[in-house]
Design a protein around this ligand. Structure first.
Ligand SMILES: [Mg+2]
Length: 171
C-alpha cells in the first residue's frame, strides 16, 4: 500500500485563471512554491492528479493540448497518472468532482494507502470528493478559494495552507 498525495491541478500546481481555462502553454504557469513542495515530498509519496476539465467538452480546450501538457507534467514531476473529467456539469457524468469515480479508480490501480494519504485542492468540490472516501483534505489558498470563504464552509479541511511551500507531510 502506497502513501499518496492526490492533487487537483488548476490553482494547486498551476495558477488559477479566473473564469477561464488553460488553453496553451503560455497560460500554464506553475505556482511558486509547488516545485519546492514536490522536491520535499517526492521520495516519500506517489503523486496522482485528479482534475475537472470541462473546457474540453465545451470546445474551449483542445484535447490534444491537454494530453501534451499532461505528458509534460507527468515527466517533470514524476506523476503516476492524471485522471481527468472532460464533461460539462450538465452532462451529469459519474466522474466530475465532487463525485469520486476517478479517485476510486486511482486508489484501486495504484494500491493507495488511504490512511496515510492526502488530497490537496483549492475548492469545496475537491474537499467533498476527498472526504467521501475519508482522505484527509488540505486546502491551499493559491487558487479559487479565499480564507474567509473557507471559514464558512460546512465541512472543514484537515488543514489550510497559504502556499504549498509551507506544507510538510513527512513524519
Ligand atoms: Mg482547482
Amino acid at each position: 500500500m502506497v502513501k499518496t498525495i492526490f492533487l487537483d491541478r488548476d490553482g494547486v500546481i498551476n495558477e488559477y485563471l479566473e473564469q477561464d481555462y488553460v488553453k496553451d502553454f503560455e497560460e500554464f504557469r506553475i505556482i511558486r512554491g509547488f516545485g519546492e513542495f514536490w522536491e520535499k515530498h517526492k521520495d516519500h509519496y506517489q503523486f496522482i492528479v485528479i482534475t475537472n476539465q470541462a473546457g474540453i467538452n465545451k470546445g474551449i480546450v483542445d484535447l490534444s493540448f491537454f494530453v501534451q501538457l499532461s505528458k509534460f507534467l507527468i515527466q517533470k514531476f514524476s506523476i503516476k497518472a492524471i485522471y481527468f473529467c472532460p464533461h460539462r456539469p450538465e452532462e451529469n457524468c459519474p466522474c466530475r468532482k465532487p463525485k469520486n469515480l476517478l479517485l476510486r479508480k486511482a486508489i484501486q490501480r495504484f494500491s493507495v494507502n488511504l490512511e496515510n494519504s492526502y488530497f490537496i485542492g483549492d475548492s469545496y468540490t475537491d474537499l467533498e470528493c476527498s472526504e467521501s472516501l475519508g482522505i484527509k483534505f488540505i486546502l491551499v489558498l493559491t487558487g479559487k478559494t479565499k480564507l474567509e470563504e473557507a471559514q464558512s464552509w460546512q465541512k472543514k479541511p484537515f488543514k489550510i495552507v497559504k502556499n504549498l511551500s509551507e506544507l510538510n507531510l513527512i513524519n
